[in-house]
Structures are given as C-alpha cells and as structure tokens.
Design a protein around this ligand. Sequence first.
Ligand code: PHE
Length: 452
Amino acid sequence: MTSSATVGRAHWSSRWAFILVAAGSAIGLGNIWKFPYMTGTNGGSAFVLVYLACIVGIGLPLLMAEIMLGRRGQENPADTMRIVAAEAGASPLWRSIGYLGILGALLILSFYGVVAGWLLEYTVRAVGGFTQTSGEEFAAAFSELLADPLTLIGWHTVFMLLNLAVIAGGVTAGIERANRIMMPALFGIVLLLLAYGFTAADMPAAIRFMFHFDPAAITPTVVLAAMGHAFFTLSLGMGAIMTYGSYLERETSIGRTCLYITIADTGIALLAGLSIFAIVFAQGLEPAAGPGLILQTLPLAFSQMPMGDIIGGLFFVLVVFAAWTSSISLGEPATAFLIERFGLARRLAACIVCVSAWLVGVAVALSFNVWSEAKLFGLNFFDLLDTLTSRIMLPISGLLIALFVGWVMKRAHVEDEIGLRGGALTMWFNALRYIAPVAILLIFLNALGVLG
Ligand code: PHE
C-alpha cells in the first residue's frame, strides 16, 4: 500500500497497476467462454455488431462514470453512492445502485465459480492428454462432466478457495500481484491460438460468421443479449469496477485508462472468438452449441496440434487465471462493504462472502444434474441467474448510473473528478445523459415486446 488520498484506505501502487487490475476484472470468462458461445447462439455477426456498438456507445462511457463515482466516494459501492448522493443534494435512495451491485456481484460470483470449475477439470484433462478424438466424443465428455455433481462441486470449491486466498490478502498485496503475471501470459496464448486458427483451421469462415453484415438477423432478443454482455464483459453495474475505482489515486486520468481497458477487453474477446469459430467451421462443429462451446471445440484442436497437451494445459490454466482475476473483483464489493459498514476484519469478511457465493454455487452445480428439471420461466437455476444478472440487473444498474452522473450529480463535481476537457468531455457527458439511458430503455422495451 502506498500513499493514499484518504488516510487509512489502500490504493493501487500506480496507474498501470490500476489498468492491469481493471483489465483483469474485465477480461475473464466473459471474453473466452461467454462471448464465443453467445455469438454462436445469437446469430454470429448480428450479435457481434450490436455488442461492439454497445461497448462504444454505452459501455465505455459507463465504465468511466463508474470508476469516477468510486474514486469520488472512496468507499464500498453502497457508501460511495450514499456519499456522492449527499454531495449532490439528492435522495439517499440512490444508494440502491450500490446494493444492487453488491448483490448482483455475489450472484455472478456463484455461477462464475462453477464455470471456472469446468476449466479446472479441463486443465487436468488437457495435461493428461485428451482421449476423445471427434467432435461428438468431446460433446459427450462435456455432458458427462455436467452430469457429475461431485466433480462440479469439488472444482467449484477449489476455485472459491483461490478467491478467498486473494481477497483475504487485501487490495495491493493480493489482487494486484495476482494480475501482474497472469494477464500478459493470457494474451500470449490467445495469439498462439489465433495463429493456429489461421494456419490449421478455417479462418475465412470464422471472419464471415462474425463480421458479415446481416441486419435481418438483428432481433430484439439478440440486441438485449448483446447489451447485457457488453455490461458483463466490462464488469459494469456490479459495483466491482466502482470498488476498484475507490482504490484509485486522484491524479490518474480516467478517460485514457478506460480506453485502454476497453480495447484490451474487446480485443481479447474478438481474438478468442475468431480462433474458436475457425476450429468450429474447420471441424464441421455446431456454432450454436451453447455454454459448452469452448470445451467441445478447443480440446479437439489441442488433441490434434503438436505439443497439444502442453499448449492445452497452459491455455486452460490461463483461462482459470483470467477467471480468478475477475472473480476477485466480484467478491471485493461485498467484502469492502462488510469491512467498512460493520467493522469486520478483512479475513472474516472475505470468508462470509466466499462461503455465501459457494453455497449458491452448489445449487448452480446441481441445476445441471440432480435439479435439472427444476425450472422457473423455463430456465434452470444456472440460466436463471445468468439471465437475471446480465439481462436485467446489469442494465438497470447501468441506467441508474448514467442518470445519476448525467442528470443528478453537480456538473462542477463531475468535471472536477473526470478530468476531461473540450470535445471529449461533451461527447462523454452526452453519451451518459442521452445515448445510454435512451438506448437501455429502448432495448428493454423492445425485448419485452412493448415496441411491437
Ligand atoms: N467482466 C468479467 C468477465 O468478462 C465478469 C465480471 C462481471 C466481473 C461483473 C466483475 C463484474 O468475465
């Protein structure tokens, strides 16, 4: 911990350290697991196009707004929102943004742990050498994993213990150190996969699938899914990035920092997607396979490439690392809240948070097998949590943040904190005032069928 703006509160050691941890939070399962499978199930390029538009028009401005709020409040999300609302002379009800975030982050953490557990299992399988040889066999091997509650819960437990270790270790000592080594390595291995996609798989088909212009495929559901994913991938609306912003020194320029984070996050998702679809099309696999997509395609590629067990093992380990650096940011808001509101010791707070997410995660693991018939709105518990967080809670939080910063906060405070000037300031502010709220509302109403 270095010098701090608020006495006693930890801060990142430098601006680059912040970029690294924020990118570590953003880059995770969302990029490597979720983005490709969502692209596959939502019509390919239609999804990618709307996702990119949402990242630029809504995601980046909100990322800046959320970090700015965190830094202004210097507290956990609930108290940060209480403080900035008081400063603006606004209703204390704006705190609800903070509570919504803390709760949503815990819910995401619970299913995130189960999916990260799949990757732990695949790390072991890859190192041992995959025994399957065809797409069908890999699909069957993944279904077998889902049908096995003990293995799912076992790996989920391991992953939650990893989180507990870092979160209990504290902001700079734990979180920052964990990010330093893992993120650059992940980028390296994604480039390696991309090279494989270009040389040994069907890259032109992947590019066509992800980027050809097909407006007819853009349906209301695709648009809502793409917007929800833009929030998810940038870690928005969950108090995660707000909490990280609260550990940021006042001197740091938020705009440029956020631009780097967004480029890194989007870049990794697009590269991972291209590599995966190149393999899908070369092997005649199903792009709309759903959540198991990367576990049914990549192992096939690893089993065929030279040194595939080493490269495969390394790849899955790095994805676990990417998941880990995201999930610690999911646990941190609730942990900071328990420490700052109730005076708990960090270790105890981290334990409460991880055990709660672990418990909900056990139910998620069982929703793939023992409880697979238990459905609400036609969704099992896993799909329900994913839909509730990504498609409902994240956009609502995002909408409220945009309205708060765009319309409620005092303009002078906003300008003082964000540190932008001229055209950049105007563009950012208008994106928050008009573009983000209108777009989020329209997308919601459209998906609900209200707009016909
Ligand atoms: N952005 C992370 C990912 O893409 C997930 C996440 C969501 C993390 C919300 C924090 C908050 O995997």
